[in-house]
Write a protein that binds this ligand. Sequence first.
Ligand SMILES: [Zn+2]
Length: 453
Amino acid sequence: LRIVINNGTLIDPGNNVNAKLNLAVENGIVSEIAAHPLKGDVELDAEGLVVAPGFIDLHIHEGAYIPEEDRFDTTIFECLLRMGVTTAVGGNCGIGTEDPGQYLAAVNQHGLPINLGMLVPHETLRLQVDETNRYLPAPDNMISKMQELADIYLSAGCLGISFGIRYIPGISHKELLEISRVVKKHHGFIAAHLRDDADQVMAAAAEFIEIGKVLQIPVQVSHIGSMAGFGQMREFLDMMDHQAASGLDITADCYPYDAFSTFIGATTYDDGFIERYGIGYDAIEVAEGPYRGHRLTEALFHELRKSSPRVLTIAHVMKEPEITMAMKHPRVMAASDGLINDRQGHPRVAGTFPRMIGEYVRERKLMTLSQAIEKMTVMPARRLGIRKGTLETGADADLTVFNPHMIKDKATFRDPLAPPQGIKWTFINGRLALQDGELLVSNAGKGIRPVST
Ligand SMILES: [Zn+2]
């Protein structure tokens, strides 16, 4: 089957392309790109539309794989597909599936709505070696066991290792260093939710970056907006530039919102957060359960933290100009940090990518369309070390076709999974998976491996 897309504007920043070009898709790949209209079995007219590489979201929290039923919770993958995302990466912030190797194998067996890569989550390693006290450092024999496990998962196709230092405050320099060391042999990268944020963020960044410098491996600072978006962003971005100038491969990701989301039982809310963010309890919103939509009081905070630590919250605590400052920086890419708990969560899971274009490009003119697409395609692909994110002859046919005048996020804190508007077609591995918001194919996505393996 040969599908052609004629009359669109092809914007492919990785190949410096921004022109009226026609494109053909066959056997899962881009088979032809031409200035003249193409013939095919199916001919789509993209007049007035932009044809871009499918968006890549390198920071999500994957839906559960339920081994007993041999199926996935695909809610998040469907949300991502509706946003034009064709590839996402799970296992972030050090947390995630119990066995990322098994997860990838199941993805390849069943298919998913989108392509999926995995990081090795550090907390998973800890749990597997029975090191369950997050406030204590792991002893040396546990560290070597975790190294062995990380090696197995990286060999099974994981793209790197993620740490949630914030969530495992007991992690020592040695544990960070020795587990990260495994990444070097696999040519992967390390990502981290830093140990601390706000006025403590620079020291927390130094701890993580030191590992990248010692081992000479790439580092990815996760969701920089919720780490340094409290008045520290300028200093943080300057520090990244300085580190890059001295040879470190350092990048960061950010979601385009000034509120973060985490579980009420998380260490983020350990003593001192009110002072650290300079807020009141009412800056925190409950995102699910009987108190959904309520702002916290001190009493409700303590009650929920004790009775239901897995309840998701939204913390309206970052400074908006800090978020846009980050997003405009050339070392920062877009990523959703999408997380769904019982169909509730933060609108970033269903709005991030359309919002980059609708809000940041069209409405506020903070960047060009090509710059925004670069942050959503080739930049994350390079960080991940995968052959995706560009459109040339022979490339995987992961495409997103959208109307640049219409594309807009519709998800809100009240309705966090509301699908966006303005995305016409999304192709996954050459199959038309989404048309006008309707899911046509739900298993075209495959497990992603690094190029080197
Ligand atoms: Zn995180």
